[in-house]
Design a protein around this ligand. Structure first.
Ligand SMILES: Nc1ncnc2c1ncn2[C@@H]1O[C@H](COP(=O)(O)OP(=O)(O)O)[C@@H](O)[C@H]1O
Ligand SMILES: N[C@@H](CCC(=O)OP(=O)(O)O)C(=O)O
Length: 265
């Protein structure tokens, strides 16, 4: 199976911006094992800005764009250094790809991205993708959040499954941080306006997307025929059961494309 896994800032870093060593180490271990099992794995990793905040010892996530860009430049190095070190222990080679909105919208660049990803997978490397936050900042040039980036990557490389690892177990009937009685929704077969309305805008202190961007990602990915799962990044070992199709977190069922008629074949 070709699996795209997206990990959010709140899984990778503490609110201080320092690395969550337990989460990072467990994630790398499980992804390495899934690769050893024969799956093709692509990682979309957030955390550049958050880890830059930690590395530069800033008191909080900056509000101004230029400092965010500077944090991303520092944090992206730290992030890839960490992944390279951890994946090397399992004999896996990582490859960094940084993208902007302009790259994914431009047909020729999109084909280049597709070709590079395919060749990296053929070569046995593990692509790690993030937005190029230091160069794309405005609404026109940037993708804006990594849930959307992960959905674009999943569609672009025709993945079978996208998993969004977050700081929460899945989609609830309301934001559990403000509605303690909210219930987990295990399966979403159709992303209706009512489902979209379940997302409360606010995310964590270091993250950007919140639930709304995850639901938009689900709409994009399921429309292309793949499944998407939201699960808790604090437990990367859940990825084994998710890959096996077991009911973990919230699964958004892909719209299976109708079989081609004999004439179309
Ligand atoms: N209906 C909902 N179900 C679950 N979480 C929700 C919902 N609406 C809003 N949220 C918020 O979305 C957050 C997850 O998004 P985010 O903070 O961006 O995490 P990440 O950095 O992991 O992407 C949750 O912690 C929660 O505060
Ligand atoms: N590209 C940014 C992360 C953007 C983002 O969507 O963050 P998150 O909500 O934590 O997945 C970074 O690396 O800091």
């Amino acid at each position: 199976m070709r699996i795209v896994v997206k990990v959010g800032t709140s899984t990778l870093a503490y609110p201080t911006g320092r690395l969550n060593i337990r989460h990072a180490e467990e994630l790398v271990k499980v992804l390495s094992d899934l690769k050893n099992e024969g799956h093709e794995v692509i990682l979309v990793s957030s955390g550049a800005i958050g880890m830059g905040v930690g590395k530069l010892s800033l008191p909080a996530r900056p509000k101004d764009t230029t400092t965010k860009q500077a944090c991303a430049a520092v944090g992206q190095c730290e992030l890839m250094y960490t992944y390279d070190r951890l994946f090397s222990a399992y004999d896996h080679t990582v490859a960094q790809i940084l993208l902007t909105g302009v790259d994914v919208e431009h047909t020729e660049r999109r084909v280049n991205i597709q070709n590079t990803l395919t060749r990296l997978l053929e070569l046995g490397a593990l692509p790690i993708i993030n937005e190029n936050d230091s160069v794309a900042t405005d609404e026109i040039t940037s993708i804006g959040d990594n849930d959307t980036l992960a959905a674009i990557v999943a569609c672009c490389c025709k993945a079978d499954l996208l998993v969004l690892l977050s700081d929460i177990d899945g989609l609830y009937t309301a934001n559990p941080h403000t509605h303690p009685d909210a219930a987990l929704i295990p399966l979403v077969e159709e992303i209706t306006p009512e489902v979209m309305a379940l997302a409360d805008g606010a995310g964590s202190a270091l993250g950007t997307g919140g639930m709304a961007t995850k639901l938009r990602a689900a709409r994009m990915v399921t429309g292309s025929g793949a499944d998407m799962v939201i699960a808790n990044g604090a437990h990367p070992e859940l990825l084994y059961d998710i890959a096996a199709g077991k009911p973990i977190g919230t699964r958004f069922a892909g719209h299976k494309q109708p079989a081609l008629s004999t004439q179309e074949v």
